[in-house]
Design a protein around this ligand. Structure first.
Ligand code: AKG
Length: 184
């Protein structure tokens, strides 16, 4: 197993929010989105049951960044910024999902208490809670998506990009050699 060095957690001073305790009743949830700053995430369900749908970056056809999950629309803010308009997760499962062709269906599964889900960088995901639910989630950048996060930060927050680049380089120089990793 490869250790995932949590580089984001080393940026103490200017770190954006990256960890959340989630609590919700049945039918609550999180609409379709991609996690910010090219981060990946892990999500541990402590209580209850959650239904997930995921699409890989670019969708199944590899159509590139412009691809959006069915039911999600691109909107433009007044300043020209792009934003995504997604229905609530409950509404998506109720109205969009049943209309999907079998080839358009997402990767889907149930997460129960004790299960930990890994969401890779760039994957669209939505979650509806089927019961009362408590979960804990953290976003992170490891050596695997370091360059992607750095590239997003360079356009959105140059100061943070500089701190991140310096700290990330430190981590890259002290990470375990391949032989040690394989033994874990
Ligand atoms: O458990 C959930 O509702 C999903 C949380 C999530 O997608 C996120 O924090 O990015």
């Amino acid at each position: 197993m490869y250790p995932l060095t949590p580089i984001v957690t080393l940026v103490f001073t200017v770190r954006p929010p990256y960890k959340w305790l989630l609590l919700g009743p049945p039918r609550s949830g999180t609409p379709f989105h991609v996690d910010p700053l090219a981060t990946s995430a892990w999500n541990a369900c402590l209580e209850g049951r959650k239904r997930w749908a995921l699409y890989p970056p670019g969708g199944w056809d590899g159509e590139g960044d412009a691809w959006l999950p069915p039911g999600v629309k691109l909107t433009r803010m007044e300043d020209g910024e792009r934003s995504y308009d997604a229905p609530s997760s409950y509404e998506w499962w109720l109205t969009t999902y049943p209309s999907l062709d079998v080839r358009e269906r997402p990767l889907e599964f149930i997460q129960e208490a004790g299960d930990v889900v890994f969401v890779p960088r760039g994957w669209w995901h939505t979650v509806v809670n089927e019961t009362y639910m408590v979960a804990y989630t953290q976003n992170f950048t490891s050596e695997h998506n370091f360059e992607d996060t750095l590239s997003v930060l360079k356009t959105s927050d140059r100061d943070l990009a500089e701190v991140f680049r310096c700290r990330g380089t430190d981590v890259a120089t002290v990470r375990a050699p391949p032989a040690t990793r394989a033994a874990r």
